[in-house]
Ligand binder design. Sequence first.
Ligand code: AHR
Length: 632
Amino acid sequence: SFTIDISHPTGNISPNMWGVFFEDINLGADGGIYAELIKNRSFEFADPFMGWKKLGEKIGEGTFLVLNRKDKPNNPRFLRVNTSLSSEKVGLQNEGFRGMGIKQGLRYDFSVLYKQAVPGITLRLQLVDTLGAVIGESTLRPEKTGTDWQKQQISFRAAKTEPKAKLVLWFEGKGTLDVDMISLFPEDTWKNRPGGLRKDMVQLLADMKPGFIRFPGGCIVEGRDLANRFQWKKTVGPIEDRKLIINRWNTEFKHRLTPDYYQSFGLGFFEYFQLAEDIGAEPLPILNCGMACQFNTAELVPIDELDEYVQDALDLIEFANGDTGTKWGKLRAEMGHPLPFNLKMLGVGNENWGPQYIERLEVFKKALNERYPNIKIVASSGTDPEGERFEFLNKELRRLKVDFIDEHYYRSPDWFLTHANRYDAYDRQGPKIFAGEYAAHTDRTAGTGNRNNWKAAIAEAAFLTGVERNADVVGMASYAPLFAHVDGWQWTPDLIWVDNLQAYGTPNYQVQKLYAINKGTHVISVRMDNVIPSGQDGLYASAVLDSKTNEAIIKVVNHNDYPINGSFNIQTKENLAKEVEHIVLTAGLAEENSIQHPNKVSPKIDKVTLKGKTIISDLSPYSFHIFKIKIK
Ligand code: AHR
C-alpha cells in the first residue's frame, strides 16, 4: 500500500517542467510542420532541379536555364524560362515532399517571384493526383514588366483530397520569364498565417501545454561541418533572403536515404519564437558553440576566432528581447513582433564534448554573463548518461556553474526501468538538470524495429515518476525526437508521426502529455511500505500537489504482467472530495498507434470513490494511472 503525505511538499515544480524538443530531422520542418508544399522552391538544392521534372514533348535547348546572380548571395539561383525555344508546350512538375497532401474544398495559395521584359508567358497551374487527373487549377498572368522582381499570388480550391498530389506549371504563350520562390501553401495553417505552419502538428504540441520548446535541435545546431552549421541570422528576415543549407540529416542512414533533405528556413528563428509564444512555452534556443557535429567532421573554430559565434549569441538575445531601437530588436519589430519575446535561457552547444567544449563554453559564458546576467545558460553533458565522458563533463559543467546541465539518454526500456531512481541522490546545490533528450529504444537506434510501442512508453512513464519526484533538481524534461514523417525518416522512435494529411501522437506522446498537463506545483512524498516506490515489485509512483487547482495528483505505474490491488492512503487534515478522477493508460506491450488507428493507445477516464481517505483501485497489468484528488 502507498502512503501520500499531501501536507508537507518536498520541492517546487517549475512551471516549465515538461516541454518539447524540436529538430528538423525526419522531415520535421521542411516537409513537416512548415506547411510549404513545394520542394526546392528557389532551385538552391545541390541539383537545382531536385524535386522538379521538366514536362514537354520537345524541350528546346535553353528553354530552362538556371541563372546565378551576384546581387542575392543568399539565394543566387533563379530559373529563366524561354518558351520561344520550344515548339511544343513546356512545363515543370514539383513532387512536393513525398507528394503534397491536398484537401478537398480547401484553398491553396500559389505565389511566385518573377520578372519579365514584356508580358508573354502565362502560368497554368494544375494540382494532379497520382493518376495525373487534375484536382485543382488556376491561371496566373504575370502583370508587371521591368528588371525588378515582382511577387504575384493566386488562390484556388482543390476538388479532391489526395495525399500524394503534385503541382504542374505549364508555361503558355511565347516569351521569356524569370521565376524564383515558387510556393504553394494551404489556407488552413496554424492561426491561418499565410506561409505558416501545419495546424494539426502544432495543435498536438499545444495540447501538451508544453512549458518550453527547445529549438532548432539537436545535431543540426552543430551541422555536418561548420559551413553547414545552423546560423540563426540566416533564418530571419524576408524568406527569399534566408540562405538554404543541406540538412545534417541528409543521407544519414542507409535504409532511408534522403538525398533531398535541405533546410529552407521558412521556419526560422522568428517563427520558432512565435510558435513558443503561441503555445505558451518558454523559448529555449540552442546555438553552435564553435564545434561541428562530433559524429561527423568534428571541426573546431580556433578559440581566438570565436568572436563571431559569441556575437551571434549576444545578438540573438537582442533579437528576442531588445527594444525596437536596437539593430536586432528593430528586425523583430519589422517582422511583426515589436514586443519582446522574453527569452530567459539559452543553450550553448548540443552534444559537444571534451576539453574543447569546456574551453569554448567558458568564452561564451563569460560574455553572456557579463552582458546578460539574467539569461540562464544551458550546457550539454552529451549522449552518455553514465560513462567517462559524462563524468568529465558533469564535473566541468558544475565547476563552471552553468544553470542547467542538458543530459541525453536513448536507452533500452530496461535501462529506464532500472534508473527510475537516477535523480534521487543528485546534488541539490549545483546546476539544475535539463533532461533534454530521452526515449526508450526497443531496438537499435533508428532501426525499423525500434518501435513507439507501449513497452517503450510504459518504461518512460515509470522512469518519469523519478523525474517528477526530483523536480527540485530536474527543472526541465523533453522526449526526443519530436516529429517523423512515415515516408521520410532517419531516426526512430519519435514522439509524433505524420503523413501528408494526418498526424498522431504515439503512446510515448500520451505519457509525456499526461505528465505535462498534470504537472502540479509542488512535489509531495509517496512511500510504499516506507520506501520510495521506484521499481520494487514492479511498481513506480510519484505525486504532486497543484496549489492552483487545489488537487493532489498521484501517478503510479504497474509494470507487472498481473494486476495489483492498489491502496493509496492520503495523509492530511484537509477534507477531500469523495469522487476521484482516475486516468488510465494501458495496452499490450507491442501495441502502437498509427495513422489508421491514432488513438488505439490513449487515456481513459473514470471515477473512483474514496473510502475515508484511501483510494482502492485495481492496477491492471502494464498500466499507468493518474489519480486526481480534490482538496476541499
Ligand atoms: O534526437 C536525435 C539526435 O539525438 C539529436 O539530434 C542529437 O542531439 C542526439 O544525438
